[in-house]
Design a protein around this ligand. Structure first.
Ligand code: AKG
Length: 201
């Protein structure tokens, strides 16, 4: 089942403007307290029956280039609801470090159970902005319509403009099914944290 597209701004000027236009970059720079640059973009489709995301912080997935801090902007394309697997965030104070993690970099079950989880239902066009230490998760899409959401992640420009390198490295380590070579084992490591993505053996 199609679950995601990423690395598409060079083909879609509307999405390029939405994620790298002056007003968006100004908002992100204001939030980050310094000039922001786009790190990566994706659309999660979560089609009917699409699986949810395990509880995780994004920070462990964003370590490839030594950057320390990211903010993600979620743009709701469809309505997101509890029924179709909206984002859920943990009610915590501001976190600046990692919680106890499993080997696959998701949050340990004891920690998950100790936190209060709040669903964030949204309407098309809503933005949700959250940093890379915010614990989040989402459920299955139990409805009959797609729950599409765009996620654009930014880092501080002083920590480097690494978007192209990021997608290059991700494609090598965690390629889409169609690019996989039979018999090769891929080191998906930090590129597959909490995702409902499994690869055909
Ligand atoms: O789209 C969702 O439901 C959650 C997305 C998410 O947590 C992720 O892509 O890391």
């Amino acid at each position: 089942m199609l679950c995601r597209i990423e690395n598409f701004l060079q083909y879609q000027s509307l999405f390029d403007r939405l994620t790298r236009g002056a007003s968006t970059l100004r908002l992100l720079s204001q939030l980050m307290g310094t000039e922001a640059v786009l790190f990566k973009e994706k659309i999660n489709f979560k089609l009917p029956g699409g699986q949810g995301f395990a509880p995780h912080q994004d920070a462990p997935a964003f370590t490839s280039f030594g950057q320390e801090y990211h903010v993600t902007m979620m743009l709701s394309i469809d309505e997101t609801t509890i029924d179709n697997g909206c984002l859920e965030i943990a009610e915590t104070g501001k976190l600046v470090s990692l919680l106890p993690l499993n080997d696959d970099l998701t949050i340990t079950s004891g920690t998950v159970e100790a936190m209060q989880w709040v669903p964030v239902e949204t309407s098309p066009g809503d933005l949700v902005l959250f940093d890379s230490y915010l614990p989040h998760r989402s459920g299955i899409n139990g409805s009959s319509v797609a729950r599409r959401a765009l996620y654009a992640t930014y880092n501080k420009m002083v920590e480097g403009d690494c978007r192209e390198q990021y997608f290059e490295r991700k494609r090598a380590c965690f390629p889409p099914d169609v690019e996989r070579v039979a018999g090769v084992t891929y080191d998906e490591g930090v590129f597959n944290v909490g995702n409902p993505v499994s690869v055909e053996p």
